[in-house]
Design a protein around this ligand. Structure first.
Ligand SMILES: Cc1cc2nc3c(=O)[nH]c(=O)nc-3n(C[C@H](O)[C@H](O)[C@H](O)COP(=O)(O)OP(=O)(O)OC[C@H]3O[C@@H](n4cnc5c(N)ncnc54)[C@H](O)[C@@H]3O)c2cc1C
Length: 539
């Protein structure tokens, strides 16, 4: 994972605009065609990459007041790059130059007062405000679909991205919400510290986005969510600034911070947070094991998480996922393990974990051993998995350009129900792909995070659209997936958040008294209902 500040984008417009990540890393036309050879049924040629001058956006419905003009942009490229997140549906619509939901303005606040001013103006002028980190949402979190407001402003926090203070005594750092992953890590590295929060979207996502979506990061066990690393949050709401005290823990009533963790821009704009940081690990080791029977792999992961050995990485890839990641031939699952420590060698702990996994039939693909801190010297399976993991979003965009479907969804469920969920989701999706697309697709699964009482399966669906419209086909498959999860009482999201795409299932998942409380909080903090309308509750 690079931590060079040069690797940090300055803002969302600096990425490819239409797809994931860096422009130069996107698959070339020839690489897209090569995908077509691997998956019969894809188009013969890729959809051309949109060019900035092809953008045709509606005229902005509103002009900023003179006091905010200096921080607002109506540039088509700015508005286009803030229209969508980075879900498959977003990529396809961007490729089609469909920017019907483009915000009228993009505001880039320099400080909290600018945010207060934007919210005051927007509340009075009935303008929806969409807090925007880096736009890596995969659940429609930054796309304003509501037509109820006079206009829409995307509030891009990327201009507020400093590490303001580091408390070496308490191992905490005060970080502004707009800080992108690489830059934030680079600043902490100067102090020998790290947040060690590496979601797959690390390069193109921000601290504020992680907090607002309760993102899941590097640690596959233990402190899996950003929640666990959060000490105190400061947020600007239309009703004033909310700030919690810095505390290592507190039993004083419902948690202050929990209100904003996962609030997805609907309750306030997170401006900064004190985050728990740690010394950088100096001892790391990794190993990988093959499982002929993926269910034995599940059992191994359960035993590992219940053993208290707490590997940092413990990701079980099912046979299809192992094949897509280049670490298997499609016949066996692969368990990728990693252990790390800032203080003591980890080889014994890794050996213990490997031995435990072997009891369930896991066969090591290479002997485990400790390697000093460089990732370059990872176990081969782990290294191959990691580079495929980082490349996957670019490949997904390539499949989208070739007229196919490539999308992921994720959940969490207790161990006693995992096997049944895994089998039935795959079976139902397989049938649905056949029905919707008329062809066979690939359904791959990995366990991204694991707990003593359950795990988070993450599914990837890849298929030719088979003559069906790509978007309609995916929407139909998504309903099948969401309904299957709900039937098993598995969460509609473990870490991708609710956004707009998961609302129907989220509404079923939460209790009515809780929903009523959320609506009351929204009314109180955002009386004009301008903040990210449609998120968590109806506008
Ligand atoms: C290729 C890829 C890989 C991904 N991998 C992971 C992963 O490993 N783990 C994971 O958890 N997620 C992952 N995601 C999803 C996404 O990266 C996360 O949801 C991330 O937390 C969003 O951060 P962002 O800064 O891009 O926020 P945005 O996408 O800009 O916003 C997300 C939501 O948060 C709100 N928001 C953003 N900033 C603020 C703020 N300062 N105050 C209030 N609300 C705010 C927005 O209004 C929106 O509702 C991935 C996405 C992609 C495309």
């Amino acid at each position: 994972m690079t931590t060079s500040p040069a690797a940090a984008p300055r803002n969302a417009s600096e990425g490819s605009g239409w797809g994931w990540g860096w422009t130069e890393k996107a698959l070339s036309d020839d690489e897209c065609r090569a995908l077509g050879q691997m998956m019969p049924g894809l188009d013969a040629d890729p959809i051309p990459i949109p060019r900035a001058y092809d953008l045709r956006l509606a005229t902005p419905r509103i002009a900023p007041p003179p006091t905010l003009a200096a921080i607002c942009s109506t540039e088509p490229r700015d508005r286009a790059s803030h229209t969508y997140g980075k879900a498959f549906r977003d990529i396809v619509r961007a490729l089609r130059l469909d920017y019907d939901h483009a915000p009228d303005l993009v505001a880039r606040p320099r400080n909290e007062q600018d945010i207060v001013d934007v919210l005051d103006w927007a509340s009075a002028a009935d303008v929806a405000v969409i807090p925007y980190g880096a736009g890596s949402s995969v659940v429609g979190g930054v796309e304003c679909r509501s037509a109820e407001h006079h206009a829409v402003v995307s509030l891009d926090l990327a201009t507020m991205r400093d590490v303001l203070e580091v408390d070496r005594t308490s191992h905490a750092a005060l970080i502004q919400a707009g800080a992108f992953g690489p830059e934030l890590e680079h600043r902490l590295a100067a102090h020998g510290l790290t947040l060690r929060f590496f979601p797959q979207s690390f390069e193109f996502s921000t601290l504020g986005g992680w907090l607002a979506t309760r993102a899941g990061g590097h640690f596959a066990t233990g402190e899996t969510h950003i929640d666990d690393l959060t000490e105190a949050i400061r947020a600007v709401t239309p009703r004033g600034v909310s700030e919690s005290w810095r505390l290592p823990a507190s039993g004083a009533g419902p948690s202050h911070d929990r209100l904003f963790l996962g609030s997805e821009g609907a309750l306030g704009v997170i401006t900064q947070a004190w985050m728990r940081v740690r010394p950088r690990p100096t001892h790391r080791a990794s190993a990988s094991l093959r499982f002929a029977d993926v269910h034995q792999g599940f059992a191994a992961v359960r035993a590992i998480t219940q053993s208290g050995l707490r590997p940092a990485n413990c990701r079980l890839l099912d046979p299809a996922e192992a094949m897509l990641s280049g670490v298997g031939d499609g016949r066996a699952g692969v368990l990728v393990l990693g252990v790390e420590s800032a203080t003591a060698p980890v080889d014994d702990r890794l050996a213990e974990i490997v031995a435990l996994a072997s009891d369930f039939g896991g066969a090591t693909t290479s002997p485990p051993g400790e390697r000093a801190s460089s990732r370059d010297t990872d176990d081969e399976g782990a290294a191959t998995w990691r580079s495929a993991f980082l490349r996957m979003p670019y490949v997904r965009d390539g499949v989208a350009r070739m007229g196919g479907i490539a999308e992921t969804f994720e959940t969490a469920i207790t161990w006693d129900r995992l096997a049944e969920l895994y089998e039935s989701v795959r079976e139902e999706l397989r049938a649905a792909i056949k029905e919707v697309c008329g062809v066979d697709g690939i359904i791959a699964c990995r366990l991204t995070h694991a707990y003593p009482d359950g795990a988070a399966p993450y599914f990837t669906v890849t298929a030719p659209a088979g003559g069906a419209d790509q978007l309609r086909a995916w929407d139909a498959l998504k309903v099948v997936a969401g309904d299957a999860l709900a039937r098993h009482s598995a969460t509609i999201t473990h870490h991708h958040a609710v956004g707009r795409d998961h609302r129907p299932w989220y509404d079923r998942q939460r209790s009515e008294p809780f929903g009523a409380a959320l609506r009351a909080v929204k009314r109180e903090l955002d009386p004009a209902g301008i903040l990210n309308p449609g998120i968590l509750i109806d506008p």
